[in-house]
Design a binder for this molecule. Structure first.
Ligand code: CP
Ligand code: NVA
Length: 301
């Protein structure tokens, strides 16, 4: 049985297999489906628009069903352990899909669960997003290997943590560009470095030079609201704007997992401009999540 708790749970070959399933789904191989009656519980502590709804649609379109649960309405709110909760839930359902604050809690769920557990975002990681993002880059550029991805702003955030490893695994060069005061997470950087070139910059021009992909994310992630003012000030010099886009390779694409804050991490002109693929990225979440579910369920071929 396989989980997707961290992007590190997938090898390069496994990511390739997920992308092949996504291609099959895109080509409308309608035989790809879940075992009849498969059910996923979506246990979400943090808000979500795209990930929640695309996973719900994915389960329904694959012939299964889903139950969305706010943990505050369960006995978790009265101290029942994540692991006992998972032990019970997994005796009812086929997948546990979680959006949680702490990665340790996700690991506790996996400990108790007898069915696959999928990370739909935690404080440290966003692996399903990373897979949808790489699939989108492949669609836009026809390849991954040899491309340079520049990630700007809060280089220590969950989206970047998963994406830097996945991108390096697939042969991309990674540039992490942010202020010296905000250090990229050493564990993820050193893992990504095992696979390829990862460089850290505080100078935007140097980092962005030759980049085929400019990637940014919110300056204030969920759970960091109390530091909002400070973070906006710290990261503002790393905004993706028309000037920064000019420093990248010609025809570079602009990516963002959304929700976006126009005028903060990215200008309206750039995110709504013709080099932006952010809505294709959001659309691909559904396709790639379906592929992930089928792959984990062993129903991909
Ligand atoms: N990209 C993403 O995870 O969006 P949501 O927070 O809306 O799910
Ligand atoms: N880094 C962001 C991603 C949102 C999809 C957050 O955690 O809020």
């Amino acid at each position: 049985m396989m989980n997707l708790l961290s992007i590190e749970d997938f090898t390069k070959a496994q990511m390739g297999e997920v992308f092949e399933i996504a291609n099959d789904l895109r080509a409308d191989k309608s035989s790809l489906a879940l075992k009849k009656g498969s059910i996923a519980v979506l246990l979400f502590e943090k808000p979500s628009t795209r990930t929640r709804i695309s996973f719900e649609v994915a389960m329904a379109q694959l012939g299964g069903n889903y139950i969305y649960v706010d943990p505050r309405t369960t006995q978790l709110s009265r101290g029942e352990s994540w692991s006992d909760t998972a032990k019970v839930l997994s005796s009812y359902v086929d997948f546990i899909i979680c959006r949680l604050f702490k990665d340790e809690d996700l690991r506790e769920i996996a400990k108790g669960s007898s069915v696959p557990v999928i990370n739909a975002l935690t404080d440290q990681e966003h692996p399903t997003q990373a897979l949808a993002d790489l699939y989108t880059i492949m669609e836009a550029k026809g390849k991954l290997k040899g491309l340079k991805i520049a990630m700007l702003g809060d280089v220590a955030n969950n989206t970047f943590n998963s994406l830097m490893i996945a991108a390096a695994m697939m042969g991309m060069e990674v540039a992490l560009i942010g202020p010296k005061a905000n250090v990229a997470n050493a564990r993820f950087v050193s893992k990504a470095k095992e696979y390829g070139i990862v460089k850290i910059y505080d100078n935007v021009k140097e980092g962005v030079e030759g980049a085929d992909v400019l990637y940014t994310d919110t300056f204030v992630s969920m759970g960091e609201e109390s530091e909002a003012e400070l973070r906006r000030k710290l990261f503002m010099p790393y905004q993706v704007n028309a000037n920064v886009l000019k420093m990248a390779a010609p025809r570079a694409i602009v990516m963002h997992p959304l929700p976006a804050h126009r005028g903060e991490e990215v200008t309206a002109e750039v995110i709504d401009g013709k080099q932006s693929v952010v809505f294709q990225q959001a659309k691909n979440k559904l396709l790639v999540e379906k592929a992930i579910i089928l792959y984990i369920a062993g129903r991909g071929k």
